[in-house]
Write a protein that binds this ligand. Structure first.
Ligand SMILES: C[S@@+](CC[C@H](N)C(=O)[O-])C[C@H]1O[C@@H](n2cnc3c(N)ncnc32)[C@H](O)[C@@H]1O
Length: 288
């Protein structure tokens, strides 16, 4: 190393010459284990030599584009801190819309059996388990990636959520189970989409992102196999791309769901579509 100075103020100034100022502050707070207020109020506070070396390495990794969430090992979702790292999708703020919509649709209902398909770091399953509390009879969460499930299990333990995590291929291991609420943020980017080679996406697992030529292969697979797993009146909510709402609504409708619709994110873009199995359970939902 290195010319990294050892006070917080000097370290911040050094980093800001190389990376974005917000990123520099996030990395420095992480390394120095201090708040943003401490960083501003006590710039003369000294970093230890190991902290300075760690900070330098993190700035170098940020320079080549590695996501901040991976560098600090965490991302906030629905006001809770989730551990993340290479091998698992970084939680996105738009996924909070899915949580809000799911909670709104099951308001007042008890003994809910909840399923999260493609749980990743566990954000949906854990958030729903904690927000529903005693109203959740059970929360099952599935992912094909053992690495992702490692993060999810850790997060559930740290946040005190009771979730039954399963390694598997969508609904394949859930014969005989029925659910009242199914949520999923599946891969939905088109194979070969140039965004996969840009920004944070370059560092995230492609198996968490890409899904066939139009990005809809996994959503179709899920919709086709949901039938036997939906209790009467069950809600299904799926996150998708900004331009996929009409396609996803059509997929849900052709899977036999009623009350099909979409919900907008804060930018007014439909990012979640939903449907419901009829209360009398009569809908003929296609089974592959
Ligand atoms: C877009 S990520 C969503 C992760 C998390 N739910 C979130 O919102 O941050 C999609 C997840 O689906 C998982 N996945 C992909 N194909 C799968 C399959 N066939 N069966 C189960 N999970 C799958 C990926 O491993 C990844 O964790």
């Amino acid at each position: 190393m290195t010319e990294v100075p050892l006070s917080l103020g000097q370290a911040l100034g050094w980093a800001r010459e190389q990376i974005d100022g917000v990123d520099a502050r996030a990395l420095l707070c992480h390394v120095a284990e201090c708040s943003h207020a401490t960083l501003s109020g006590f710039p003369e506070r000294m970093l230890t030599h190991p902290q300075a070396r760690t900070f330098e390495r993190l700035v170098e990794r940020r320079l080549i584009g590695e996501p901040i969430a991976y560098l600090v090992g965490a991302r906030e979702f629905y006001s809770r801190r989730f551990r993340v790292g290479a091998g698992v999708l970084i939680p996105r703020p738009e996924t909070e819309v899915l949580v809000e919509e799911a909670l709104r649709r099951v308001a007042g209902r008890e003994q809910l059996r909840v399923l999260d398909l493609g749980t990743g770091s566990g954000i949906l399953a854990i958030t729903l388990a904690l927000e529903l509390g005693a109203r959740a009879e059970s929360v099952v969460a599935v992912d094909r990636s053992a690495e992702a499930l490692g993060y999810a299990v850790w997060n559930a333990g740290a946040l005190g959520a009771r979730v039954d995590f399963r390694e598997g291929d969508w609904l394949a291991g859930l014969e005989g189970y029925q659910f009242d609420l199914v949520v999923s943020n599946p891969p939905y980017v088109a194979d070969g989409d140039p965004h996969l080679a840009r920004g944070d996406l370059r560092f995230e697992p492609v198996s968490a992102l890409a899904s066939g030529p139009a990005g809809l292969d996994d959503i179709r697979l899920i919709a086709r196999s949901l039938g036997p797993h939906l209790a009467a009146g069950a809600w299904v909510l799926i996150e998708h791309g900004w331009d996929q709402a009409a396609d996803v609504r059509a997929i849900l409708a052709s899977a036999g769901l009623a009350q099909v619709g979409s919900a907008d994110d804060l930018a007014g873009i439909s990012r979640v579509s939903f449907g419901r199995r009829r209360i009398d359970g009569t809908s003929a939902i296609a089974v592959d």
